[in-house]
Design a protein around this ligand. Structure first.
Ligand SMILES: Nc1nc2c(ncn2[C@@H]2O[C@H](COP(=O)(O)OP(=O)(O)OP(=O)(O)O)[C@@H](O)[C@H]2O)c(=O)[nH]1
Ligand SMILES: [Mg+2]
Length: 324
């Protein structure tokens, strides 16, 4: 069975979420798929011209320069070893190389605390979707029967605490907060104690949108990280950096500073529904060596989905078929 058929079968077996995926990746699927479709239709062997067009298409879908070069090289090398006759063979080969590059088998499972609350710290620059992603994550874990609470660690922006409180109220879960302008580290201490005392499974901690050049804010984040670890050994168990996919490769550049202060263990990639730049998932994996844990595919509560590279690749391949 071809690799694409395997993806298709896997996708067909999925629950009702398949439509949500296809819908959420609509723009990427259409744009990426359409461009690939048109170069594949004109396919006349793995010529320099073809490889160049492939490179441009990858760049336009925000795969990033280094990662695009890598993929084009992989396709070229692989193409030498197998019989590539037509457009179907190329798409098969390309998708397979992307899958290889993402290397999902080497991604560790999300770390959950077996002896108490799991603390998930959510970081990222302004407006990327941290607070709404926390609400969606809370909804996700509630549906799995977990006991969830939130911590309003963004004491910096006016209205941030109220925003998280309101989401928590709607989800009927506790939200631990401090006074406005309170030290966010003290909010984290309170939240960790609350979580321990109330047998919370998942504590989702919000933080302020920090500009990477604000050294004092980064210090604040470092302190939060430290006090959480004092309250609950091994916490935070996960630190997820939220990246807004519509900002493209800039989002990746923002990431570096967060690595210096916290041990970022995964990415939440938001607003994929609003962009054709979905190729960023490949550069995140390749350049940051981090897994994309969840993707934001829309604004409703159920629009944050665990990321699955196979679904993503299948959606793209489908985009090629749609126009092919
Ligand atoms: N379409 C779409 N919109 C999203 C998604 N995720 C977040 N948003 C929107 O992005 C906007 C900003 O979201 P917030 O959650 O407030 O972002 P934040 O990172 O907490 O922002 P600050 O607290 O200011 O740093 C809101 O209007 C959200 O509805 C997504 O996956 N898709
Ligand atoms: Mg926020």
């Amino acid at each position: 069975m071809s690799f694409l058929d395997q993806l298709k079968n896997k996708f067909a077996k999925k629950d009702s979420n398949s439509d949500r995926y296809l819908d959420g990746y609509k723009k990427t699927r259409k744009s990426f798929g359409e461009k690939l479709g048109s170069i594949f239709r004109a396919f006349d062997g793995l010529t320099d011209e073809f490889l160049e067009e492939l490179m441009v298409t990858l760049l336009e879908s925000d795969v990033g320069v280094q990662t695009s070069e890598k993929i084009v090289d992989m396709v070229q090398t692989e193409g030498k070893d197998r019989f590539i006759r037509n457009a179907d063979d190329v798409i098969e080969c390309l998708v397979e190389q992307m899958d290889k590059l993402y290397d999902k088998n080497s991604i560790p499972a999300i770390k959950y605390n077996e002896n108490g609350p799991t603390v998930i710290l959510v970081v990222g620059v302004n407006g990327v979707g941290k607070t709404t992603s926390i609400a969606k994550l809370a909804n996700y874990y509630l549906k799995q029967g977990k006991k969830v609470c939130t911590a309003a660690g963004d004491t910096f922006r006016a209205g941030a605490v109220i925003q998280l409180e309101e989401w928590s109220r709607r989800l009927d879960i506790p939200c631990i907060k401090g006074k406005e302008n309170a030290d966010p580290a003290s909010v984290m201490v309170d939240a960790c104690r609350f979580a321990k005392e109330n047998n919370i499974d998942i504590l989702l901690a919000d933080t302020a949108g920090r500009l990477q050049n604000k050294a004092n804010l980064m210090k604040e984040l470092e302190k939060m990280y430290r006090v959480i670890g004092k309250e609950i050994p091994s916490a935070p168990h996960e630190t997820w950096l939220v990246i807004d996919s519509t900002t493209g490769q800039n989002g990746l550049h923002q990431a570096g500073v967060f690595f210096e202060t916290t041990k970022v263990s995964g990415i939440v990639l938001t607003k994929l529904d609003g962009t054709a730049k979905g190729g960023i998932v490949l550069s995140i994996r390749d350049q940051l060596h981090l897994p994309v844990r969840f993707v934001g595919l829309g604004e409703t509560m159920d629009d944050l989905q665990p990321f699955d590279i196979d679904d993503f690749l299948y959606s793209i391949a489908q985009g090629v078929d749609d126009v092919g």
